[in-house]
Design a binder for this molecule. Structure first.
Ligand code: 5GP
Length: 251
């Protein structure tokens, strides 16, 4: 059997060269990290759940006309995605104050914001992904003004979609992070939603009880992370009922 070429290994995923040019295989690991990898663990089944959930969200986005890198799921832990040039920004959309915004601005967690607020962080682990302004982004050439207009529009469309999908299953979308990729099509280039959308990159709170169903369960030691993600998957109908608590693990 031929060994696949590993392109990149991150904290939660491995990227391999795909079967056709312009494609990449995205493998979801069970590793969980927080606080810039200062806290680490392996959570059985997390990769399987995030692979399925990211597929679900990316497919939904495609259906409403938001371009994404997702092509198809290959197996329990892998999906085929379009290769793209990742813009070195974490694009964060917030509907309610939480996490770093609450800390930075002294706003109580859970306070509804007057409108969705979009923030940008420079993707650099060594620097701890610092918050940056559009001035930094333009001055350092990370994205053009046209890119920024497109990124804002993509971010708000993803927010509307994700908020609606979550609301329908009794979950509040507090905030989330996406990454954006650039693809070239002949003389044109366009931006697409890349990386993953999963409870690793969103804050999801049960509307009735406020229970956290996202990576904060791990960050703040609030219980079993795989159970929380399974609950999200169960409500969305992403996992069959028999698989709810213990997804079959195939590496
Ligand atoms: P905060 O800035 O409050 O830490 O995070 C805001 C939102 O973006 C949260 O939903 C959080 O999960 C997500 N987020 C921020 N940075 C990262 C990151 O480096 N990786 C992942 N997976 N999510 C992030």
């Amino acid at each position: 059997m031929a060994r696949r070429k590993k392109i990149y290994e991150g904290k939660a995923k491995i990227l391999y060269e795909g079967p056709e040019p312009g494609t990449i295989v995205q493998y979801f690991k069970d590793d969980a990290t927080a606080f810039n990898a200062e806290k680490k663990d392996v959570i059985d089944g997390k990769g399987v759940l995030n692979n399925r959930l990211s597929e679900f969200f990316m497919n939904g986005l495609t259906q409403i006309g938001v371009p994404t890198h997702f092509i198809r799921r290959l197996n329990m832990r892998e999906q085929l995605v379009r290769s793209c040039e990742i813009i070195p920004l974490e694009v964060i959309v917030r509907n309610y104050a939480a996490g770093s915004m609450s800390k930075r601005l002294g706003i109580a967690e859970g306070t509804q914001l007057p409108r969705p607020i979009v923030e940008y962080c420079y993707k650099d682990d060594a620097l701890g992904d610092p918050l940056v302004t559009e001035e930094h982004i333009a001055a350092f050439g990370w994205a053009s003004q046209q890119d920024m207009d497109d990124i804002l529009s993509l971010a708000l469309r993803v927010n509307d979609f994700m908020s609606g999908v979550m609301l329908a299953v009794g979950i509040r979308l507090v905030d989330f992070k996406i990454e954006i990729g650039r693809v070239y099509e002949g003389d044109f280039q366009r931006l697409i939603v890349a990386d993953e959308i999963s409870p690793d990159s969103c804050r999801l709170w049960d509307i009735e009880t406020g229970q956290k169903l996202d990576k904060d369960v791990f960050r703040r030691d609030l219980g079993n992370l795989a159970d929380a993600y399974s609950e999200v998957a169960r409500r969305l109908g992403v996992l069959p009922k028999s698989n709810v608590t213990k997804p079959t693990l195939i590496n």
